[in-house]
Design a protein around this ligand. Structure first.
Ligand code: ATP
Length: 512
């Protein structure tokens, strides 16, 4: 199946089973804004818990905060967002669609990479065991030609970004003959800068209202509270502050479901270190964060690092963790070495000292910062995409199953009475009542057992039990496992033990 079709299926699956709805749907929707439904919110909460616990529970030198969305407007001046939080936009005059100029070029580069990989794959098949990939990449004329083209465009692109040279970005688009995917034409406008922050007013106009911004990232709430937390928590460097919260960006192009939203959620952690030690910590956090992703068991090949071509104004090292979405490898998390830019800048704009006295060095300094920043919604999309599976069964039927890691699954256990009479519903409720304090259970008595299994598979429930007449006699149920579809008879009082560890966050956290 084409990857585009897989993506469409995932989007409609998310709607059909109560994971994600278009915002304001009955009013024809609001572009790039989404609501999470009854299943989505559970999965989202589990993702957040996995992140939060991995930061705050597992590291005694990382603490959390929850800062307000509104902040003093000068914060955004100090952070550089008022002047520099821009994307380069370009319009196609025929389709009237707007694009990010940098993304058009990145997609073009990714296509060349794909071509090279296909060439390598073809050769690997042809030559079998004797294939020497490194040698092939170094000598095959078609690979070399594509690589040279890629490197040339890449060098121009990186320079244009670093110089904020909008004209050159347009020249690259023209020279590479990049066409609008909708109109198929090359009728492009100039490239312009567009600020992504939403602004609103605080206070009544009579008082002289103040222009405030909806925060475009949660990080600044951490920086401006750095000393509050350090002092009241008696924190010693190195230490981190974690936060989960909403962020808002007026994205130019927002066509990929919850991948790029105008209102989204971030999980950010700023780790404060001694100046000069930041690159060591950068390497450490890169490692820790990649392990966190891979521990979910979707396969290591789905992840890769992508180092930035253009370092943001505040960074001296930066990388993205990319995940293989149905529409290609895309950024899910950014890891940045932010130097002392933010704290230094807030010192300057606020006139307040934001320094740390290091008792071991017996001196004060402005700490350096390593940031790990991940979007909850992108993590959600990557999880659902990796988990979404269509299987053909022995009887020829197909089943759609979300193979979610059990600790992330919205519902851990489905409980089904075989029939709606003879005391079986009551017995099923009893089972739920005995387990509901440990994990989320769902009662379902509608349709055949087979259909109930299908519905549970579709929302990723790892375990289901059926209560039948034998249950009333010997207190046993049939447990059915989502991935293998195997069934076995077990005692009700063994259920907590069989399921408990597997669905708890503890197991996942211990594997880190
Ligand atoms: P992109 O290049 O895709 O616009 P970014 O580099 O601007 O992303 P960061 O500023 O590093 O993103 O934000 C950190 C994380 O927040 C990203 O890795 C992503 O997971 C998430 N994120 C950023 N923008 C959005 C958005 N519009 N919708 C959903 N998640 C987002």
């Amino acid at each position: 199946m084409a990857q585009e079709d897989v993506f469409k299926k995932i989007v409609s699956h998310c709607k059909e089973y109560g994971f994600v709805f278009q915002s304001s749907e009955i009013y024809d929707g609001l572009s790039a804004v989404y609501d999470y439904g009854q299943m989505g919110v559970e999965l989202k909460n589990n993702i957040k818990k996995y992140w939060w616990d991995s930061m705050v529970l597992l590291n005694d030198n990382v603490v959390g905060i929850d800062s307000a969305i509104f902040m003093h407007p000068t914060i955004w001046k100090a952070s550089g967002h008022v002047d520099a939080f821009n994307d380069p936009l370009i319009d196609n005059k025929d389709s009237k669609k707007r694009y990010r100029a940098d993304v058009l070029i990145e997609d073009y580069l990714a296509k060349i990479d794909e071509k090279i990989d296909k060439e390598v794959e073809k050769a690997a098949k042809r030559f079998g065991d004797s294939f020497d990939e490194a040698m092939f990449r170094e000598t095959n004329p078609r690979v070399l030609e594509n690589k040279a083209k890629r490197d040339e465009v890449h060098t121009r692109f990186a320079k244009a970004l670093n110089d904020s040279n909008l004209e050159e970005l347009r020249n690259i688009i023209v020279d590479c003959e990049i066409v609008d995917p909708i109109s198929g034409t090359r009728n492009w406008t100039e490239v312009r800068q567009f600020n992504l922050m939403f602004a609103t007013e605080m206070g009544s106009t009579a008082d002289g209202a103040m222009k405030v911004y909806l925060r475009p990232e949660t990080a600044q709430g951490i920086f401006v509270n750095f000393l509050n937390v350090q002092k009241t928590g008696r924190m010693k460097i190195p230490f981190g502050i974690a936060q989960i919260g909403k962020a808002f960006r007026n994205e130019i192009v927002a066509r990929q479901f919850i991948f790029r939203m105008r209102e989204f959620e971030q999980m950010e952690m700023q780790f404060f270190v001694r100046p000069g030690e930041e690159l060591e910590w950068f390497a450490k956090w890169k490692d820790v964060r990649m392990k966190w992703h891979k521990a979910l068991g979707f396969g290591d090949k789905k992840y890769r690092f992508h180092d930035h071509d253009k370092l943001a104004h505040y960074a001296n090292a930066a990388t993205d963790i990319e995940f293989e979405m149905p529409f290609g490898f895309k950024e899910v998390e950014g890891i940045h070495s932010r130097t002392d830019f933010d704290l230094g800048s807030h010192e300057q704009y606020s006139g307040k000292k934001l320094q740390y006295f290091d008792p071991e060095l017996n001196k004060s300094y402005t700490p350096y910062v390593i940031e790990t920043s991940i979007g909850v919604d992108r993590m959600f999309l990557s999880t659902v995409s990796a988990a979404y599976t269509e299987e053909t069964l022995e009887n020829g039927e197909t089943r759609v199953v979300l193979k979610l890691p059990a600790p992330l699954a919205p519902i851990k256990l489905g409980v089904f009475p075989l029939v709606k009479k003879d005391g079986l519903p009551e017995k099923a409720r009893e089972v739920i009542d005995s387990l509901k304090f440990d994990f989320k259970c769902q009662y379902d008595e509608k349709d055949s057992i087979g259909k109930r299994y299908r519905r549970s598979d579709a929302i990723g429930t790892p375990y289901c039990v059926t209560v039948d007449h034998q249950t009333l006699e010997d207190n046993t149920v049939t447990i059915r496992y989502r991935d293998t579809m195997e069934q076995e008879r077990v005692a009700i009082d063994k259920l907590a033990e069989i399921i408990g560890d597997k669905v708890s966050m503890k197991g996942l956290l211990k594997s880190l």
